[in-house]
Design a binder for this molecule. Structure first.
Ligand SMILES: CC(C)(COP(=O)(O)OP(=O)(O)OC[C@H]1O[C@@H](n2cnc3c(N)ncnc32)[C@H](O)[C@@H]1OP(=O)(O)O)[C@@H](O)C(=O)NCCC(=O)NCCS
Length: 372
């Protein structure tokens, strides 16, 4: 075993099979290209596709939406508990804890059959926006807003947070970001979810583990760090000097690089277009100018293209959202992909339990405590 090859960070390792998505030859969810899905479908259709394996018919879609409307409810005990969490705790940490609490109230918690897992995942899709918005509004001393059954998923998400119906461009931009965040094969958080599911633990436990994995800045947490970087730069004229200095100091520029996409992240290209449109609508090109300069220098100097978190941070900023909501919004979308993987793992399970390469001390003779 000690001489077996191993790959730090499991880089390049095929760790399992999936029919949920592929990144070979462009990102596809169950065979459909993200370019087509982003242009012509919406997040809820994509969530249906991920959970039910096929795009919905109009009737199936209407039923799915009706279930989501019915499930748009969180037990008041969770909201009361949320009020007791100190205000300095990040939105992402609160969301992780409250998703765990949702499990306590779920009528099918320990049923890991596929229909029960789809039902639980559908409830989570409806409940997570309520949790995100509730924490945000409580923190700002604002009254909670009830979901509006007439709005799209993206429209409702923005409405729950801001209390205002979004303009069509804002709604579409949010929707496209959710479509693009929904699924990405064996990324760290999805793999974490599958490891938990492989022990035959429940779906909520797997999702909580995934949220924990997503929080880190090398994964979903990057979108919040990206905006901090752009704000640190401040103005277009300062961007080039800032990025050259950061690279010289061997600082990692958040929103660049990817473990798998070495030639570029196709999702980033799609979302950048929406950033351009939103900046034009805001009549303020400065953030796009800062981003373009940083992008050019990082590409020239390091050969690194931007990943999805690079444009998504700007996009959420244009939508007027607080920075600490960015990674929770990623959760609101990726929960669909995570759940699809949990279902797939449960249906064809084998405990995920790899080996490690031991690099600790050799055999040592034990000395009892009293003699040490
Ligand atoms: C995503 C990420 C973890 C992938 O990392 P990885 O596959 O392990 O790649 P490595 O960290 O081995 O990087 C390879 C080289 O590129 C450099 N690099 C990678 N990402 C970089 C970044 N964002 N800024 C500057 N340099 C970077 C590394 O320093 C390394 O350079 P070296 O060979 O001179 O040491 C990494 O690119 C990163 O940390 N990006 C920033 C965080 C981020 O945006 N995360 C969201 C991912 S969707």
């Amino acid at each position: 075993m000690t001489n077996e090859p191993y790959f730090p960070g499991l880089e390049g390792v095929i760790a399992g099979e999936t029919a949920v998505s592929t990144i070979s030859g462009g990102l596809r969810y169950r065979g459909y290209s993200i370019t087509d899905l982003a242009a012509d479908s919406g997040f809820l259709e994509v969530a249906y596709l991920l959970l039910h394996r096929e795009l919905p018919t109009e009737e199936q879609f209407a039923d799915f939406k009706a279930i989501l409307v019915e499930s748009s409810w969180v037990d008041p005990a969770i909201i009361e508990f949320m009020k007791s969490i100190p205000l300095h705790v990040s939105a992402m940490d609160v969301l992780r804890t409250c998703i765990s609490a949702l499990g306590h109230f779920d009528p099918q918690l320990d049923d890991d059959s596929t229909p029960a897992n789809i039902a639980k995942a559908t409830r989570l899709l409806a409940q997570i926006p309520i949790l995100i918005a509730a924490r945000h509004r409580l923190r700002h001393g604002l009254p909670l807003v009830a979901p509006d059954a007439e709005l799209s998923f993206a429209g409702n998400l923005l409405y729950l947070i801001t209390g205002r119906e979004p303009a069509p461009l804002f709604e579409k931009a949010m929707d496209v970001s959710l479509v693009l965040y929904a699924e990405h094969e064996f990324n760290a958080s999805t793999f974490a979810a599958r490891v938990v599911a492989s022990t035959e633990a429940d779906l909520h436990s797997a999702i909580v583990a995934a949220v924990g994995a997503l929080k880190g800045p090398l994964h979903g947490g990057a979108n919040e760090r990206v905006l901090e970087v752009l704000q640190e730069v401040g103005r277009p004229a300062a961007a080039e000097a800032w990025v050259r200095q950061a690279l010289a100091a061997r600082r990692k520029i958040m929103g660049f690089g990817h473990r798998v996409y070495k030639q570029g992240d196709p999702r980033a290209v799609i979302l950048k277009e929406y950033c351009t449109r939103l900046a034009r609508a805001a009549e303020d090109p400065s953030l796009e100018q800062i981003a373009d300069t940083i992008e050019q220098v990082v590409r020239d100097e390091k050969g690194l293209p931007p990943n999805l978190d690079w444009p998504s941070a700007r996009l959420y900023h244009y939508l007027g959202l607080d920075v600490d909501l960015y990674t929770p919004l990623f959760v609101a979308s990726r929960v669909a992909g995570w759940a699809a993987h949990v279902i797939e793992q449960a249906e064809n399970n084998r405990l995920i339990r790899p080996r490690s390469k031991y690099v600790g001390p050799g055999d040592r003779s034990f000395t009892p405590l009293a003699k040490r």
